[in-house]
Design a protein around this ligand. Structure first.
Ligand code: CMC
Length: 423
């Protein structure tokens, strides 16, 4: 512990603040009491310099390009574990032994059926409604079917709620997709593993055999795993803000879904493919790179850049090698991958991108892999939701356990009219 002294130049007031060490990474200055000591607030546009909570779930070193879940590097987890083991790790803090895994995995299978009433909801939506809007409404409706969770106070109850929403998210996502395609809704197959079951629900028809290849399951499982948590990103911060009010945990997850939808966050995976389609051919890449560099053009290269990673996104590295592996094993190749390769090649050597540390992020690769798995681009962000649900819930649990947790209530720098009388 050390002290950090700030002097307010206007009033001359001096305040001392303690520095709190982190187990890894930068320490934080605890500015509690700043206003009373110095008569000022901090201004941190976009919260990029602010720790809004303390957490032990995920660690990111943006300069090194390091991502750890509960201390384990993402690359090792992706190589040795499956998504459900990682869910257990994120929720409980440790990897499961075989008995714990069997019980956890079985419980998730059995909880994958939503209440029958939820199905009727889908009839109310137009076929062409965006799946994120429909999914968000379906999860919101789920809180009405599980209203007992509003007061979850016991650890066991909270964990049960966590397993329930993790289990139902793929089913609701598949229902959303099937509704948008005019296909009959298909129930989960409890004999299948989580990720296989999701692909089955996306593809199956009431008659005929549904083929889901192991290699496809492994690829999507890794995509879920790489999206499972990412510290205090925009959607997780939103989930915590709603959670801090004591709202129903599913309502907090719905808020996360809506925050994720934006193209600067989870919506980027859909935008990457839309952009590659717009580029259209390898010959046009230069024109779009030029546009991305033009300060007068709002055009941005989707799937490039990250608020935290300033070297490379370790999730992108895992996905890049997964994409290359799929190219060799199931022969995925497409015009879009060729265009993506060219974009990457040019951007990585262009001074504009190098100077600003703009590297491909997870969304740059996830889109082309999902496309190769036959998944339509409108479903990419809902797939991100499936993977991220465990992270959101783990943050809610952590927040609930923290005796010092407070309702989120930031301040502002007021720049409006000064007080005046109504004429
Ligand atoms: N293409 C072209 N220029 C860019 C890009 C891009 N993708 N991203 C940032 N820049 C430029 C930006 O114009 C600015 O230039 P200058 O200094 O000349 O004004 C500089 O780089 C810094 O940009 P910023 O907007 O201040 O950076 P940020 O940290 O606030 O934004 C970001 C991070 C991810 C929102 C942004 O890089 C972006 O919009 N990327 C494209 C969208 C995308 O791929 N999002 C997915 C993020 S990863 C998934 C997730 O974790 O949610």
């Amino acid at each position: 512990m050390a002290t950090f002294t700030i002097k307010n130049g206007l009033t001359g007031a001096v305040g001392e603040f303690e520095i709190l060490e982190s187990t890894m990474g930068a320490p934080v200055v605890n500015i509690a009491g700043l206003r009373s000591k110095l008569g000022a607030y901090t201004y941190d546009n976009g919260l990029g310099e602010t720790a809004t909570c303390q957490s032990s779930i995920t660690y990111i070193d943006g300069a090194k390009g390091e991502l750890l879940y509960r201390g384990y590097p993402i690359e090792e987890l992706a190589q040795k574990k499956n998504y459900i083991e990682v869910c257990y790790l994120i929720l409980h803090g440790e990897l499961p032994d075989s008995g714990q895994y069997d019980r956890f995995e079985k419980d998730i299978r059995t909880k994958s059926y939503p209440h029958e009433g939820i199905k009727h909801l889908f009839n109310a939506f137009p076929d062409n409604g965006h799946p994120m809007a429909i999914l968000s409404s379906a999860v919101s409706a789920l809180s009405a079917f599980h209203h007992q969770h509003l007061n979850v106070s016991e650890e066991d109850e909270f964990m049960e709620m966590a397993r329930r929403i993790i289990a139902k998210m793929p089913t609701l996502t598949a229902f959303t997709y099937r509704h948008s395609m005019g296909y009959p809704l298909i129930y989960p197959d409890m004999d299948r593993y989580f990720t296989e079951n999701f692909l089955y629900m996306m593809r199956a028809f009431p008659t005929g055999k549904t083929e889901v290849k192991d290699v496809e399951v492994r690829a999507l499982d890794k995509i879920f795993m790489l999206h499972a948590d990412h510290e205090q990103n925009a959607s997780t911060t939103t989930v915590r803000a709603v959670g801090s009010t004591g709202a129903h945990p599913y309502a907090a997850v719905v808020a996360g879904i809506n925050a994720l939808w934006g193209r600067a966050h989870g919506g980027a995976n859909e935008s990457v493919i839309a952009q590659l389609e717009m580029i259209g051919s390898v010959e046009n890449v230069d024109t779009f790179i030029k546009r991305a560099k033009d300060p007068d053009d709002p055009f941005r290269l989707m799937g490039f850049g990250h608020r935290v990673y300033k070297n490379f996104d370790p999730r992108a590295r895992v996905l890049k090698s997964l994409r290359d592996e799929l190219r060799d094993t199931i022969g995925i190749s497409s015009r879009l991958i060729e265009i993506a390769d060219r974009v990457e090649q040019i951007a990585l050597s262009d001074e504009y991108f190098v100077k600003r540390n703009l590297y491909p992020n997870i969304d740059f690769y996830s889109g082309t892999i999902l496309e190769a798995l036959g998944i339509r681009k409108k479903m990419f962000t809902p797939i991100f939701v499936i993977g991220r649900t465990v992270g959101w819930i783990a943050h809610l649990i952590e927040q609930k356990r923290d005796p010092k947790q407070k309702i989120y209530r930031p301040r502002q720098r007021y720049i409006g009219k000064v007080r005046r009388s109504v004429p």
